[in-house]
Design a protein around this ligand. Structure first.
Ligand code: GLN
Length: 240
């Protein structure tokens, strides 16, 4: 996998890019470059074969139709399965998170997912829209998650995955847990450019990709201040 240059694949920007998902590729690339790693970002449309030899794959959010089509094409392509078998990092956001599981619902129809994570999604009583916050699994050693969510699905985790976070505001998977991770695969309902607001999460993905326990620190004063402010504000209003 990682040799001397970091390869990031933005998966299907023509289908899975509802809320500025390009931002996650940008954040990862700039944070890696500032540590001296050469970076290549590949944008692979859904009519192109997915290279199986990249270090990080970003699977973004999408409306039901593009989500179902994206899952079909990813299953038929097989590149993401090959990449995971070789140890690549995968970051899934919302629709991109749901389609990593065994199944999800789109426009009332049950659709097959990629079955890379032990989870499945159905529909909730109402759309979950708003701020999302949670305390991240202690084993990952990250500050609380702060984000925005917009999804109709609810996600149920099986025993092979761990929740990414315990919800302190918003809905996430099911009002209790948010997101999931196993190995170097991680999914979240924190929408769009989630890594801009959660730089420590971006660095976790980079550390997994390059195989180091630590990266040189960057000055994250402003993003940390925004993340902490939003987190404190939404938790205060969500749980009086
Ligand atoms: N279509 C999915 C849902 O509504 C995912 C939406 C999204 O990516 N924002 O649950």
């Amino acid at each position: 996998m990682f040799s001397d240059s970091l390869r990031i694949v933005w998966v299907y920007p023509d289908l899975l890019s509802t809320y500025g998902d390009r931002g996650n590729a940008h954040i990862l690339a700039t944070r890696a470059q500032r540590r001296g790693y050469p970076v290549e970002v590949l944008e692979i449309r859904s009519d192109q074969p997915l290279p199986a030899t990249a270090d990080i794959y970003l699977v973004g959010g999408g409306e039901d139709g593009p989500q179902a089509l994206g899952a079909q094409r990813l299953i038929a392509d097989g590149g993401l399965h090959r990449a995971v078998a070789q140890g690549s990092v995968v970051f899934g956001v919302c629709a991109g998170y749901q389609l990593l599981g065994s199944s999800f619902f789109a426009k009332g129809t049950k659709c097959a997912g990629l079955d890379l994570l032990d989870l499945s999604s159905d529909r909730g009583p109402a759309r979950a829209i708003g701020e999302l916050a949670g305390n991240i699994d202690q084993r990952l050693g990250l500050p609380p998650l702060s984000g925005f969510e917009n999804h109709g699905g609810r996600t149920h985790l099986g025993p092979e995955v761990s929740p990414l976070a315990q919800v302190t505001a918003g809905i996430g998977n099911d009002t209790k847990t948010e997101g999931a991770w196993r190995g170097k695969l991680l999914g979240t309902y924190s929408h769009g450019p989630a890594l801009a607001r959660n730089p420590a999460l971006a660095d976790l993905l980079l550390r997994w990709a390059v195989g180091v326990n630590q990266l040189p620190p960057l000055d994250d004063t402003w993003s940390e201040r925004l993340r902490a402010e939003r987190h404190a504000a939404v938790v205060a209003t969500a749980r009086p």
